[in-house]
Design a protein around this ligand. Structure first.
Ligand code: SF4
Length: 464
């Protein structure tokens, strides 16, 4: 909804003869985090091989016999299209391989990651001045360049050395022929989970991916923790400098699957609470409450309960709808179908999980009016997004964000064509999330990591 998605998700399995198949299965549970492409790198203990492509996981791996990889370990990634991407960057993303693979003098390495280094542009510039050649805008490739220049002698130490030079939001999963290393950034922007899968070890951005492959003993890695899996078994170390936590608030409100947990809490419960609080902050005289199937439903339920209004399944996802996550705005009519019997002649509250460029919100309001709704009131269970995310969540540009010029309720309602509009306040969000340290940069809060200027953020293929 509204084009706000994390740009990727990672899964890795080590110690199973089904590693490749299980990794692909896990990626399917992360499809909502990015549907532009998917890939895995698999190790048979001696050699890394990859299967990658553009499209959804099922498209990329359709008809592939993963058994031929004879994998005992695999790492996979789904990735999306950053809403900020111009055509040059999109071309670069398209040509990027994920997981990114390279050969060091002592062997092969594959790296998958989600998030974004906040200082990537300046690091890339420094490396290019030293003669480094890049083939993509992938931060994974940047990380491998940093590792290649490290004076350390082991893979783990080279990775740690490289990670000391970067800052920002990252879950990195790196695999060699005989070792898997997963690390969550010290600020913990996004969750990274580890678990047992029978005798194997699994790692994923969301616990949902690990549950799908039958994992047990799930544990959210602490910010800054590194999990190393080799022939001696799993080991957890903490090699990075401690930093104040900066858990992504949007991960809780909209990015993660509704059945996921993040930052120590079930996101479903928190979303219900966002909706409940929203109803108390911005009540409305109406007949019923609707939510979009997906991340909005728990908030809509919470809103309905607090407002003592019926929650109705009056919007459904059309079976013929494009399955592409983050499909271009304008496809709302194709994707979402109002139920006339529910909506006609009613004053409707439509609860959304997040408000970005407003295109989908505007079209949904119109769709409900066209279906006979007497009034349509928009309620958004997250503070309005007023800036693009520099830490890896695909966002519209600041100019495109409907609330970037102000969050005045009347102005928002007019811009979206609704009878009224209101967003959860940042104070309410903070109160529900607790005091454990969350990033709310794009919601008008402080930026936890200094953001490089727009000029510094130019991609590899921009003119130089
Ligand atoms: S800027 Fe927004 S989307 Fe990005 S990490 Fe912070 S809260 Fe999450």
């Amino acid at each position: 909804m509204e084009g706000l998605r994390d740009e990727s998700g990672v899964v890795a399995i080590a110690g199973s003869l089904q590693a490749a198949q299980l990794t692909v299965l896990g990626l399917r549970a992360l499809q909502h985090r990015g549907a532009r492409g998917a890939g895995i790198a698999a190790s048979d203990g001696h050699l890394l091989r990859s299967v990658q492509g553009l499209g959804r996981v099922t498209d990329v791996f359709a008809g592939r016999d993963l058994a031929v990889l004879r994998a005992v370990a695999a790492v996979g990634q789904v990735w999306g299209r950053g809403e900020r991407a111009d055509e040059a960057e999109l071309e670069a993303q398209t040509s990027a391989n994920h997981p990114f693979m390279a050969r060091f003098k002592d062997g092969q390495v594959a790296v998958a990651m989600n998030g974004r280094f906040a200082n990537a542009a300046s690091l890339r510039r420094e490396l290019k001045a030293l003669g480094a050649l890049f083939s993509s805008t992938s931060d994974g490739e940047l990380l491998l360049h940093l590792m290649a220049r490290s004076a350390q002698t082991t893979t783990v130490n080279r990775l740690v050395d490289a990670l000391w030079k970067v800052d920002g939001a990252f879950n990195v999963v790196l695999m060699t022929e005989d070792r898997l290393i997963a690390v969550r950034d010290p600020r913990g922007f996004r969750p990274l989970w580890a678990a047992q899968i029978g005798g194997a070890v699994g790692v994923a951005t969301e616990d949902t991916a690990l549950r799908l492959v039958g994992a047990s003993d799930l544990r959210e890695l602490e910010p800054g923790e590194m999990l190393i899996v080799d022939d001696t078994g799993p080991t957890i170390v903490r090699p990075l400098k401690r930093r104040p936590h900066a858990f992504c608030a949007l991960e809780v409100s909209s990015t993660a699957a509704r059945e996921a947990s993040a930052f120590g809490h079930a996101v479903y419960r928190q979303r219900v609470e966002f909706g409940r609080k929203l109803a108390m902050e911005s009540p409305v005289d109406a007949d019923l409450v609707l939510g979009l199937p997906g991340s909005s439903v728990p908030a809509a339920l919470g809103f309905a309960r607090a407002a003592s209004l019926p929650f109705e399944a009056g919007l459904h996802r059309a079976p013929w709808a494009s399955p592409i996550v983050g499909a271009p705005s304008g496809e709302a009519e194709l994707v979402w179908r109002p139920v006339p019997d529910v909506v006609e002649g009613k004053r409707v509250v439509l609860v959304l999980s997040v408000l970005g460029d407003g295109h989908d919100a505007r079209r949904l309001v119109q769709l409900l009016r066209n279906t006979g709704a007497l009034e349509v009131h928009l309620r958004v269970a997250t503070p309005a997004v007023v800036a693009s995310c520099p830490y890896g969540t695909a966002s519209p540009t600041k100019e495109e964000l409907v609330a970037s010029q102000g969050t005045d309720a009347a102005a928002l309602a007019e811009a979206l064509g609704a009878d009224s509009a209101a967003c959860l306040t940042r104070d309410a969000l903070q109160a529900i999330l607790g005091e454990s340290g969350h990033c709310m940069g794009c919601l008008g809060g402080a930026w936890p990591v200094p953001v490089e200027s727009p000029e510094d953020q130019l991609g590899l293929f921009d003119a130089e």
